[in-house]
Ligand binder design. Structure first.
Ligand SMILES: Nc1ncnc2c1ncn2[C@@H]1O[C@H](COP(=O)(O)OP(=O)(O)OP(=O)(O)O)[C@@H](O)[C@H]1O
Ligand SMILES: [Mg+2]
Length: 335
């Protein structure tokens, strides 16, 4: 079974072909970061228009990479939500257009379920059940995952997401977007202990997070110190964020008694977070799994993969479809 995956929920067009037996056959991504850069954030209308331009050329590229043609595709998966409505509509239209033309089943995928299951595209892949730390640009959640569609929220951020905190801190330090990789690079030359930043909710006794106060602390620091020691500020911020994320993930492992931790979402690409979690895992004897580095941020592969797991029962597309710009992961059920 070969599934073509289409991701277009925000500012990345991601296309991939996933084979149930052979794994990922090809994937391609176009990031709109440069296009939105001059506006300081994603412009939804520009995002939609760019998805229209990219979706089919990327699809051709992926099929070529995989040595396949459209005739080799058995089903189509697309991001149905959550995300920007206009951007989602492009992926949904392309998916259903192809579905009708080729007489193939079409399945709508929850973007976060894609992120959540993406570590299973790595080898070795985590078996269920596991604890998932989902750390992306819009979400910071700890979840217990007992199987596809069997998700229980254990804790989440009360304000900013971890990725958002990286992005806003990067902005304060005059770095570009996305902030995560830029902070991480700058922090390499910094002294994480020159400044002490708060670890919000570290001892709150629950599995929730808060990052707004950390961002405000950076703002206050930058106002006081200027950007003379920007690398030290970046390092102090990264250390504070990583410590809180790691501590809560470890607490979730302890409370659940499970021995597999899965990290997903863009912040999961952070080297320091990976090093910290790997060290804790060795010490506490649990396994930790990450998606392949290029599949941490938005991509088509995770959508194709989640689609493959959710295909059962999907009939040939009839061209009718909906998108769900707001969609709570808790509404999903097992396939
Ligand atoms: N190496 C890194 N270190 C820290 N943060 C990173 C790194 N690489 C990427 N990020 C952050 O990851 C985020 C993007 O991740 P992702 O694409 O998973 O999120 P999103 O799709 O924007 O959000 P969501 O999936 O919640 O809607 C950005 O905030 C970016 O700064
Ligand atoms: Mg995402």
């Amino acid at each position: 079974m070969r599934v073509l995956g289409i991701e277009s929920s925000c500012d990345e067009t991601g296309i991939a072909l996933y084979d149930g037996e052979r794994g990922l056959l090809g994937h391609a991504l176009h990031s709109q970061v440069a296009m939105h850069a001059e506006y300081g954030g994603v412009v939804p209308e520009l995002a939609s228009r760019d998805h229209i331009r990219r979706a089919l050329p990327l699809t051709r590229r992926v099929l070529e990479q995989a040595g396949c043609t459209l005739a080799d595709v058995d089903a189509i998966a697309y991001t149905q939500g959550p995300g920007l409505a206009g951007a989602l509509l492009v992926g949904a239209s392309v998916a259903h257009g192809l579905g009708v033309a080729l007489g193939l089943p079409v399945v709508g995928v929850h973007h976060l379920e894609g992120h959540l299951l993406s570590p299973r595209l790595a080898d070795p892949k985590p078996e269920f059940p596991f604890i998932a730390l989902l750390v992306s640009g819009g979400h910071t959640q700890l979840m217990r995952v007992d199987g596809v569609g069997r998700y229980r929220l254990l804790g989440e951020t009360l304000d900013d997401a971890a990725g958002e905190a990286f992005d806003k801190t990067a902005q304060l330090l005059g770095l570009g977007y996305p902030g995560g990789p830029a902070i991480s690079r700058l922090a390499e030359d910094g002294d994480a202990y020159r400044y002490k930043l708060p670890r919000p909710m570290l001892n709150s006794g629950d599995l929730d997070f808060s990052f707004a106060g950390l961002k405000t602390a950076v703002l206050t620091l930058v106002k006081r110190e200027g950007l003379k020691h920007a690398a030290d500020i970046a390092a102090a911020f990264q250390l504070a964020a990583v410590e809180v994320l790691a501590a809560k993930a470890i607490e979730a492992m302890r409370q659940s008694g499970l021995d597999r931790l899965v990290v997903a979402g863009g912040v999961g690409a952070n080297k320091q977070l990976r090093e910290r979690l790997d060290a804790e895992a060795r010490r506490r004897r649990f396994e930790v799994y990450y998606p392949p580095l290029d599949l941490c941020t938005d991509n088509g592969a995770m959508i194709a993969y989640a689609g493959a797991l959710r295909l059962a029962g999907a009939g040939p597309g009839d061209g009718r479809f909906s998108i769900r710009p707001r969609w709570d992961l808790g509404e999903l059920a097992a396939p």
